[in-house]
Design a protein around this ligand. Structure first.
Ligand code: MN
Length: 456
């Protein structure tokens, strides 16, 4: 968008040139020849002249419809606007107010308070400069290390994986010079799909392997989250609240953020890093997963990072990650589950019987929550000698984790979050407490236990 920015000196140029706003194609009108030289030398386009004379505007306008931003003393505003109107009667004009007094702009001119400018232009520019300095410190710290280890939590989630991949890019390293690692394994099928489809190598390491590295960075986690102890942590980047004081040489903790991937997206943007499609896809998925599609705990920073990586991401790859393939045989299981479903007071129960792998139970719990009027879905199935129960709810009812703990906590592991929870019970333990573990008995007892827990 071509626009005309009129100001006696280079104030507007300094304001706009660093705002990171690529859509503006500004022509600067200034009165000071030195300001013009400065702007032109740095690649800007500028004209000099008297802002109160129409001659300057005859040279500036091409169509007469270009929007004009004015930053002049209030006393000169009317004369300048009149000169512009003589050349371009229809040009939209926005005037920056130098004081906080609202109104007083010449007729048809939109006033823009300085606070808004500070908020939208200066603050982001200053924050970006701050982030850039921070990133430079991080890069300088790791520059001399031959091998850097990027650690994630035990069952790394998309936010951790994306953040680790982004940190590697920030450090300008490859997977040999900065492997991404965990002491645990990735269990959730979507997270496994993420590493497979985006070809991200996550190494499973033993604590003693830490010695093989010259430096250690941690993303989306803090040293206190681990059972293992770390002799020295060089960097911690995280958005969880600080459980125990974080001991690290460098740290960037932002508990207000919805995702660590947002922090890393800001890092990449601050240093104008090239963000590959693969990295953008990972970051987008990380932000989406941690903020539940921007619905939970997302801040303006998350929204901005989301919008940035959204434009660069591979959306068909993301779809494949989010919707794992369903094997043909799984449809028979689903058919069984649908036929045997049982709906009581907004709770959809379905016992699938024997399933090939536990993730099917979780996947169908998502599915059954879509039933009209359902506030809860409780789906169960047996696999490898265990009973898996996955619970979902619509979010505005009781916390799923609490109800599941109440219902099944005495039989095995049980718990979860606000809207999703699960229980895993060894069938051996079930028989010891409840006796019969036939599919019918399991289905019946799950309904009874869950209904009772929901009522208390
Ligand atoms: Mn996270």
């Amino acid at each position: 968008m071509r626009c005309i920015l009129a100001c006696p000196d280079d104030f507007l140029w300094r304001l706009v040139a660093d705002s990171g706003e690529p859509r503006l194609d500004p022509l600067y009108l200034v009165e000071s020849a030195r300001a013009r030289t400065r702007i032109v030398q740095r690649g800007g386009e500028a004209l000099t002249g008297d802002l109160e004379r129409e001659g300057l505007y005859r040279r500036a306008f091409r169509t007469g419809h270009e929007p004009v931003l004015l930053a002049v003393e209030r006393a000169r505003q009317a004369r300048i606007v009149a000169a512009i109107r003589r050349v371009a009667p229809d040009a939209p004009i926005v005037a920056l107010a130098e004081d906080r007094v609202p109104g007083g702009e010449p007729e048809g001119v939109i006033g823009l308070a300085m606070d808004a400018v500070t908020e939208r232009f200066l603050e982001p520019a200053l924050e970006r400069a701050l982030t850039r300095a921070r990133v430079e410190r991080v890069r300088a710290h790791f520059a001399s290390a031959e091998r850097v280890l990027i650690m994630m939590q035990d069952d790394p989630d998309p936010d951790a994986i994306a953040s680790a991949l982004a940190l590697r890019a920030v450090l300008g390293r490859n997977k040999t010079a900065a492997p991404i690692a965990t002491f645990g394994t990735i269990t959730r099928p979507e997270n496994r799909a993420m590493t497979r489809i985006l070809e991200i190598d996550v190494e499973q390491i033993k604590p003693r392997a830490l010695e093989e590295y010259d430096a250690l960075a941690m993303v989306d986690a803090q040293p206190s989250f681990f059972e293992e102890t770390f002799e020295r942590v060089d960097l911690v980047i995280d958005h969880h609240p600080e459980e125990a004081p974080v001991r690290a040489i460098l740290k960037d903790l932002r508990p207000g953020y919805g995702a660590t991937a947002t922090i890393l997206t800001e890092y990449l943007r601050a240093i104008d890093a090239r963000v590959s499609q693969r990295l953008a896809t990972a970051l987008l998925y990380g932000i989406k997963a941690d903020t539940q599609h921007l619905e939970r705990g997302a801040t303006r920073a998350d929204l901005e990072a989301f919008a940035y990586v959204h434009a660069l991401a591979n959306h068909s790859a993301l779809r494949r990650i989010e919707r794992p393939d369903l094997p043909n045989e799984a449809l028979d299981v689903l058919a069984r589950g649908i036929a045997g479903r049982h709906v009581v007071h907004g709770v959809v129960f379905s016992h699938l019987g024997a399933v090939a792998y536990p993730e099917l139970v979780a996947q169908f719990a998502d599915f059954f929550l879509q039933v009209e009027g359902a506030e809860w879905s409780v789906v169960s199935g047996t696999v490898h000698g265990e009973l898996h129960v996955s619970v979902r709810n619509v979010g505005w009812v009781r916390a799923a984790g609490d109800v599941v703990r109440h219902a099944f906590g005495d039989l095995g592991s049980a718990g979860g979050h606000r809207a999703m929870a699960k229980a895993v019970i060894r069938l051996r333990d079930w028989r010891a407490r409840e006796g019969d573990a036939s599919p019918e008995a399991l289905a019946r007892t799950i309904v009874a236990r869950f209904t009772r827990a929901l009522r208390t």
